[in-house]
Design a protein around this ligand. Structure first.
Ligand code: F6P
Ligand code: MN
Length: 322
């Protein structure tokens, strides 16, 4: 099985980007170890703090964030980082070539129940004309990502990553301590009979999403003429991983409860990197209005509607919005 660096060189990834990716992965190896230690490391449970999004921070959220931040800022490769757990961007090396956005631990509510969690990251080139402490550097669309990926801390620790030449799967091999390529150029099946949505929010969705899901639930005697299965892991990394492995549609739609905040998922470190991975695997990653990666962001913690996965199913869903 191929090691990470040769696999990346085969895709013509520049050497400095390979070094940055290796730096990110060094942090994930430590997080993977700490996650596996659970209560033995005293890292279960919540802190007394909330992040900028008003969510209670788990101890592991904070530890993972600090680890990432320190290792990235010390590396010299990055001009700035932005994280779900940081109010604004944090400056690094003034001449660093890249900026990194990350969700250090996605699916935090799964931490205390020993279920799936992961780290999501997205890399852009740093604009040369802006200072390292200028958060406007992060206002770049998903189309301009040079690399995106996640690490899933599951029964095995897996890296799923793209640099724009397909989406590849790697597994952390604990015998030598590195990631090995296990599947090159994964393809999302175009058709599916599986959907992922938090059904408990149904009454707050817009009419098109209500109608679409009702038709899926109607099964083989309804307008779709086939039965659908439902899965919900409550960690985007877990749900998107399943979609990449066997197809499906994953959506977190618009919600009518808070007019000022109708979406849940964050563009920069959740929706964009997952969109890059899904599109590189032949799937679609949309809002009801257009491609996610075409969105020109206006803030680091911006939220967005998400409808992604198997091509034909995403198109079927979008048909209800026309
Ligand atoms: O990071 C946000 C997140 O935890 C995603 O990973 C996940 O898909 C979603 O929120 C879960 O939402 P809910 O709490 O509604 O199940
Ligand atoms: Mn998250």
């Amino acid at each position: 099985m191929q090691r990470l660096a040769p696999a990346l060189r085969q895709d013509n990834v520049p050497l400095d980007l390979i070094s940055l990716i290796k730096t990110i992965l060094a942090a994930t190896k430590e997080i993977s170890f700490r996650v596996s230690q659970a209560d033995l490391g005293g890292l279960m449970g919540s802190t007394l703090d909330e992040n900028i999004q008003g969510e209670v921070q788990k101890k592991l959220d904070v530890v993972a964030n600090e680890l990432f931040k320190d290792i990235l800022l010390e590396s010299g490769f990055v001009k700035a980082i932005s994280s779900e757990e940081e109010d604004t961007s944090v400056a690094g090396n003034a001449v660093g070539k890249y900026i990194v956005s990350f969700d250090p631990l996605d699916g935090s509510s799964n931490i205390d129940i020993n279920s799936l969690i992961g780290t999501i990251f997205s890399i852009h080139e740093a604009p040369e004309h802006m200072d390292a402490d200028n958060p406007d550097m992060f206002k770049q669309s998903g189309n301009r990502q040079v690399c995106a990926g996640y690490v899933l801390y599951g029964p095995s620790t897996m890296l799923v990553m793209t640099t724009g030449s397909g989406t590849h799967f790697y597994v952390l091999d604990r015998t030598h301590g590195g990631y090995l390529l296990v599947q090159r150029s994964v393809r999302v099946p175009e058709d599916t009979q599986e959907f992922a949505i938090n059904m408990s929010n149904q009454r707050f969705w817009q009419a098109p999403m209500q109608n679409y899901i009702n038709d899926l639930l109607a099964g083989d005697t309804g307008p779709r003429g086939k039965n659908f299965n439902m899965r919900w892991i409550a960690a985007m990394v877990g749900d998107i991983h399943r979609v990449l492995c066997r197809g499906g549609i994953f959506t977190y739609p618009k919600d009518s409860r808070k007019a000022e905040q109708p979406y849940k998922l964050r563009l920069m470190y959740e929706a964009n990197p997952m969109s890059f991975l899904i599109e590189q695997a032949g799937g679609l990653a949309m809002t009801s209005q257009g491609r996610i990666m075409d969105i020109e962001p206006d803030s680091i913690h911006q939220r967005v509607e998400v409808i992604m996965g198997s091509k034909n199913e995403v198109e079927a869903c979008l048909g209800y919005y026309k």
